[in-house]
Design a protein. Structure first.
Length: 198
């Protein structure tokens, strides 16, 4: 196991199905989501060894529906509509420092990387409109969400190109075609796309 894979394995990926027909539509959906998130973490660490703090951590991925995502999108982004994926980073710039002021002998608690929530109906609609396998589109959106938790963004063109390039590399490594080649994807070209939410 590589050093990057070992560090990524120290992050517990918690997948919960809250709403939607995720398990019927995509058998083994929790395993698929976990594999996509883990692959994104390993590749991001290969690019930037400081992308994750040392030690144990957690990330939560919630598979939900348009109704729940719409509420969150309104509350945190002021947009009264559902979107495909929302990312809620929990780490600040100083959260990877070793000195947390803990009493001597006390171990550092697991850090919280953040939360990702996906909307079932929006994902299904986009996959159909873009003529993509649903599992491939879900894999892409999970990777996209994880990269947001690690600080990647797509507000500026240069940032978007960096993020899209890394997404494309990760997906290719998983045997999935470039989702941006036909102008589709969850970032600049998609008006429904999420933004990192703090």
């Amino acid at each position: 196991m590589s050093m990057d894979a070992a560090r990524a394995d120290a992050l517990e990926i918690i997948v919960e199905v809250e709403a939607g027909e995720w398990e019927t539509t995509i058998p083994g959906v929790a395993d698929l989501v976990t594999a996509a998130a883990r692959k994104a973490l390993v590749q991001a660490l290969a690019v930037d060894a400081g992308a994750l703090p040392e030690g144990e951590g957690e990330v939560s991925i919630l598979l939900s529906d348009n109704a729940a995502v719409r509420v969150l999108n309104q509350r945190y982004r002021g947009k009264d509509k559902p979107t495909n994926v929302l990312s809620f980073p929990m780490l600040g710039e100083d959260d990877d420092e070793d000195d947390l002021g803990l009493p001597e002998g006390m171990e550092r608690p697991p850090y919280l990387l953040g939360d990702i929530i996906l909307a079932y109906e929006t994902l299904m609609t986009e996959a159909a409109e873009q003529n993509k396998p649903v599992a491939n589109h879900l894999t892409h959106l999970v990777i996209h969400g994880v990269l947001h938790l690690l600080g990647y963004d797509h507000i500026e063109d240069a940032e978007a190109e960096t993020m899209e390039r890394l997404e494309t590399v990760i997906l290719a490594d998983m045997g999935i075609a470039d989702p941006y080649r036909d102008g589709a994807g969850p970032t600049r070209e998609d008006p429904q796309s999420e933004e990192t939410t703090r």
